[in-house]
Each structure stands twice: as C-alpha cells, then as structure tokens.
Design a protein around this ligand. Structure first.
Ligand code: NCD
Length: 472
C-alpha cells in the first residue's frame, strides 16, 4: 500500500484496506498528540478554507503542527486572487509550487478535484459544497470502530439534512462499502439525492428498499419511519421473499448509531423555503433516546449543531460528538503523514480486515462538445471563471436508460437525444439524431456516441430527427 503523493477528493479514492490503515495509524498518532514529533519536519501544508470552519481547519492545522510541519493559510476568498477573477486551476498551480500538500474547502462542488488536477502535490478535500467531506468520514469511521469494534453488520441511521449534508454523502458510501446497513431518516424535503442513492446500489451492490408501503409495514409500531433503507449484501436474509419481514429481522436489535446533521441553511437559494423546512426539522433529545431502538445507539454529529440535537444529550454516555471532533487530530495526522510519504521505512501494517474495495474506474467517459452541461448550478464546471478551461466531462454509468454522471460533482444527467459520429460518413443527409430511449443506443459504440441535451442542440449541429425521435 502506498498513499504517498495521492490526493483524497472523494472517499472512494481510498480502498477499504487503505482506510483501515489510516485508522490503525491514527491510534499510533494519538500517542504523540500532546507532543510535537518530527514526522513532517520541513514540510508545508497550505490550508485554504473558503467556507466557515472551526473543527476541520483547526484540526488539520493542529495535526500538521503536531507532526512538526508548518502551515500557510488563506481563509477568505475575498483576500485571495480568486476575488480578482483568477481561476481555481491557476491558484492551484501557484499554491502547488509553494507548499507540499493542500487542504481545501470550497463552496463549489468539484473544486477540490480541480485543485488536485492542477496542483501537482497531494490535495485533501475538506468539503466541496454539498458533495463530499471524506476526512470527516474517516473520523466517523474511527469513532464507530473504537466504540463498536467493527463496522460490518452495524445499523446506522442517517438523520436530518441528507440532501445537502456532504458528511452524509461520504459516510453513506463508506458504510455501504464496509458492510453496514443504513437507514435514511431525512427531515421533510431534505431527502438523499437520487444520484447518491443510485451509487449505493450500482457501486456497492447492496439492496435499496424504497417502497413506501413495504417500509411502512416493516416499521409498524416503531417510532422510526425511514424513507429508504440500504441493506448490505453481506446479510443473507436480504434474499428473503418478504422484504418487510427481512427488514424487521434486521431491526430486531435496534440501531447501533444515529448520525445527526444540522439543516444546511446556507445551501438554500430561496430563503422563504428555509423557514418552512426549519419548522419541520427533526430534533434528537432525551425523550427520543428513551426508546428501545436506541438503547445501544451512539449519538454522532459532525458538528456544528444548531437546534437539532438537544444539549441535554451531552451528559449521556452514548453521545460521541465531542469525541468525534477530538479524534480529528490523530486521524488527520495519519492521513497527512501517509500522503506526504514521510513515515520513511517505518513499517505500516495493514490490518487483517481489509476487504479491498476499489472504486469503479471502467465507465466510458463522455467528453464531446455537444452542448451537454452538468445540471448542478454550483458544479465547478458551470462557473464562469472555470469554464475557460473546463470542458464538461461525464462517465456513462448506464446506457439503458442513458445516465451520465458529472466527473466533478457526480450529479446525474438524463439526456434525451443521441447520435453516432460513425453513421453519416460525411454525408449530411445521413446526419440523424434519435431518442436516447430508442433501441439504437445498443448499436452505438461508446466512442462514437454523441449526446444532445435538447433537439435544438442536435439541429444546430446539422442533425435531423430520425424516425426514432418521439414526436416526429
Ligand atoms: C460539517 C461540514 O462542514 O460539512 N462540519 C464539519 O466539517 N465537521 C458539517 C456541517 O457544517 O454541518
């Protein structure tokens, strides 16, 4: 295993074995925490936090100082040349020539990937919009392992703003990969994004139960209605003929952890909507935790909390959130040292339980200039300063139905029209486009596929509708 010179942008950049190694090493780092060691002597970390942060920034900077390294930082876009219209790519090249490692938090989804593409040094994503926050997930997994010994087979409920919470997205993927079962309990209107739910089944191969009737029946009599449930493939009764019975078996022993998140108000574009959502936001308190479902449940929260987690829970031994935050330092010390490759010849032992998940990299790429754009307005590829050099780029995650996934923010696009670059052979009368759901999608080689977001895009490029265009 070698993490040296790699970047951590999404949790899927690490295999399960690599995650285990980081957590294992974090234990060793915890022993050094009250001192300063020499592991990263002479190394410089650039800490770029273009969104508010207390825990993540300070724990990263503390980690680097404890490792004997140095920190340079920028905490306000307004104080950098980004405010003058500089692109993230240019900033990344420059910072990459000053520092040895970059930690970045940015409101645009995919921004950390761009920095990693251009900096030439390891880059750590400390949160990119609502997309991902992989190092928070490392801290969350560390706490789960410390308190419950293993993640495999745990039942973890994700609670609150599942739509905009980036900690939720990274954590859900990791839990699925380590064989946990996940209950999704969103506040109304803040459900998990479709793209994230789909990833759970296409990438991690468990079963996603979303049928409202089945869930209602299975959760009867429990105070814990969920709107979706991910059942890990390692649980055999997943195959039961009656899904509601299999869910009931799954829940017999209650949940192992409740992961609470605050309402991510800053992600909403329409403030009146915020009032409505806040009114219905779910609250975790002592009364809820008296229920038998939560008897053995840890209360977790990435913090900061607002009103969703009652202060009366702080004295409860099941409450883990301040421990989670404190563990941020040794976990980040381990990560920084591994990415910088400064542990020298020191043996890094890979623990036994290392199911080797490696993210799928074999999806065909779509990168033609045919008018398709990422549908996410805060994707880095849709920003004026970045559009100078970024061309929209997607992986084709499914052909029937046709689904593209943005390589920057992972939002999905369901294009309606297709053509082949192979068919017209220069003859204009053969330049035809078709509906994406026609059988022709099976005949076009991925390398020849042209995708249009709308008919006028196809026509503007000289294509005429074929008989396989609905409505022609
Ligand atoms: C989280 C974040 O920034 O996404 N905070 C953190 O890093 N611990 C959660 C949040 O802001 O709600």
């Amino acid at each position: 295993m070698n993490l040296a010179n790699r970047s951590l942008i999404t949790i899927d950049d690490l295999s399960n074995g690599e995650i285990e190694t980081i957590l294992f090493l974090a234990d060793e780092m915890a022993a050094l925490i009250n001192d300063q060691c020499e592991v990263c002597r002479g190394k410089i970390m650039a800490s770029l936090f273009f969104e508010p942060s207390t825990r993540t920034r300070l724990s990263f900077e503390t980690a680097m100082l404890r490792l004997g390294g140095h920190v340079v930082s920028a905490v306000d876009i307004g104080a950098t040349s980004l405010a003058k219209g500089e692109s993230i790519a240019d900033m990344a090249r420059v910072v990459g020539s000053y520092a040895d490692i970059v930690v970045i938090r940015h409101p645009w989804e995919g921004a950390a990937k761009v920095v990693a593409d251009y900096a030439g040094i390891p880059v750590i994503n400390a949160g990119d919009g609502s997309h991902e926050h992989p190092t928070q997930t490392l801290c969350d997994l560390y706490t789960l392992k410390k308190e419950k010994q293993t993640i495999k087979g745990l039942k973890v409920a994700l609670w609150g703003d599942l739509k905009n919470g980036r900690t939720i997205h990274s954590l859900a993927y990791a839990l699925a990969r380590f064989g946990a079962t996940i209950l999704f309990r969103p506040s109304p209107g803040l459900e998990m994004p479709e793209y994230a739910l789909r990833k759970l089944t296409t990438e991690y191969e468990g079963k996603l139960e979303r049928d409202a009737e089945t869930l209602k029946h299975a959760f009867q009599g429990r105070l814990f209605p969920v709107d979706a449930m991910y059942i890990t493939p390692s649980h055999p009764h997943q195959l039961a003929m009656m899904p509601d019975i299999s869910i009931q078996i799954e829940l017999k022993t209650g949940v192992d952890a409740l992961y609470v998140t605050r309402f991510q108000r800053e992600r909403l574009t329409a403030p009146p909507e915020a009032q409505e959502i806040k009114k219905d936001y779910l609250v975790v308190d002592r009364k809820l935790f008296k229920e038998k479902e939560f008897k053995r449940a840890l209360v977790m929260h990435p913090l900061p909390r607002v009103d969703e987690l009652a202060y009366e829970m702080d004295a409860d031994p099941r409450s883990m959130y301040f421990k989670q935050a404190a563990r941020g330092v040794p976990v980040r010390m381990a990560l920084i040292a591994l990415l910088l490759g400064t542990l020298g010849t020191k043996e890094v032992t890979i623990p036994k339980e290392n199911e080797s998940f490696v993210a799928r990299k074999d999806y065909p790429i779509y990168k033609r200039d045919s008018g398709v754009k990422c549908p996410n307005p805060i994707c880095v590829s849709n920003q004026e300063t970045e559009a100078r050099y970024i061309k929209p780029e997607f992986t084709i995650v499914s052909f029937e139905p046709l689904i593209l996934r943005c390589v920057y923010c992972e939002h999905e696009l369901y294009p309606k029209y297709i053509a082949s670059s192979d068919w017209h052979e220069g003859r204009l009368e053969n330049k035809k486009y078709h509906s994406a759901d026609s059988h022709l999608i099976r005949k076009i080689k991925p390398a020849n596929l042209i995708i249009f977001a709308a008919e006028n895009e196809a026509q503007a490029r000289g294509f005429k509708p074929s008989k396989y265009v609905t409505g022609h």
